[in-house]
Design a protein around this ligand. Structure first.
Ligand code: EAX
Length: 319
């Protein structure tokens, strides 16, 4: 009997030991599990599990509202978030400079700025807000879709009701174009488009394909009006509970996840437009971007006032 009790105790403590050794972290991201955000989430989970010999287990939940997820990370009820910078400026105002339209020439330029000193310095602003920014990821260059008419020119966009992110920099630009910007969480966009609450929305090709917007939008104009970065964020309270070695493990794993995310964006960019055409969208590829830039000229005065012209130029001219 004593032997049986001893055995039970041993088994019991072994179980407790195993349970203690495994830490489950909750991750939220805004789009479908198969999207570039899903790729970032699963890569992060795999890397952390491998590097920690199974200690860290990440459970991912797709289709979350970005602003709410960041708030949850801030108060520590969500451990990890992959999000666009859409709502991030509401938490760390300086970061919203990256959301300025036509700021980045192309993907290489954007990635170089974010991976270089400008982007890396921005990551250091997060801990004061209760969040640790582990890495820059990628959402992609945004394009406008709508259900009303082909947009060939900035003037064609006038009067359209377009869902925007909860982002003042974007809203300023759309107002300038004569569009009625309607900010809402991404989780509500499909239904809003379907019910006609808004005429259009704007997002990168990987989001338009992953979210099946071709079902509810006829026209796609490749405006590429703004680059949309993504970020891998972590609750500071969770991060602070890790050893220095584990913290480095999270940073390294996030860097690998961000790379996988960018690769997925590039892959979808190469075939996504064809896919959308096949799904019935009319795609306007011949876009005079200079015209859109000129139409946005007055918005730039506002951006300069808010962020400082030299800060904007530093990004624009970064090589
Ligand atoms: O981050 O809200 C948006 O339009 C975002 O681009 C999308 O949720 C992915």
């Amino acid at each position: 009997m004593a032997g049986a009790l001893a055995l039970a105790l041993t088994a019991g403590s072994a179980l407790t030991g195993a349970a203690r050794a495994e830490t489950t972290l909750q991750l939220g991201h805004p789009t479908a599990a198969t999207s570039h955000y899903g790729v970032a989430a699963s890569t992060l989970a795999d890397e952390l599990s491998r590097r920690s010999n199974g200690k860290f287990k990440v459970v991912s939940t797709p289709n979350g509202a970005e602003r709410e997820m960041i708030e949850s990370a801030q108060i520590g009820t969500l451990d990890l978030v992959v999000t666009s910078t859409g709502p991030v400026g509401n938490f760390v105002p300086e970061v919203a400079v990256v959301d300025i339209p036509f700021l980045f020439k192309d993907y290489d330029h954007a990635r170089a700025v974010l991976d270089g000193p400008i982007g890396q310095d921005m990551l250091k602003l997060f801990p004061d807000k209760g969040i640790v920014a582990l890495a820059w990821g990628e959402n992609g260059f945004r394009h406008i879709t709508n259900s009303k008419r082909p947009i060939n020119d900035p003037a064609d966009a006038k009067g359209l009701k377009v869902r925007t992110m909860e982002n003042q920099v974007h809203m300023t630009a759309f107002r300038q174009l004569g569009v009625l910007p309607t900010p809402m969480a991404f989780t509500e966009v499909f239904t809003a488009l379907q019910q006609g609450t808004v005429d259009g929305q704007e997002n990168p090709i990987p989001v338009i394909t992953a979210s099946k917007f071709a079902q509810v939008q006829k026209y796609l104009t490749l405006t590429g009006h703004v680059y949309s970065p993504a970020m891998i964020l972590m609750a500071r309270s969770t991060f602070d509970g890790l050893t220095a070695e584990e913290q480095q493990m999270f940073r390294d794993s996030a860097a690998v996840a961000a790379k996988a995310m960018r690769e997925k964006v590039a892959a979808v960019e190469s075939n996504g437009v064809d896919e959308l055409r096949k799904a019935g969208m009319e795609v306007i590829t011949d876009v005079d971007r200079t015209k859109f830039q000129q139409a946005l000229e007055p918005a730039y005065a506002e951006y300069s006032k808010r962020f400082g012209k030299e800060n904007i130029d530093r990004i624009r001219n970064y090589t």
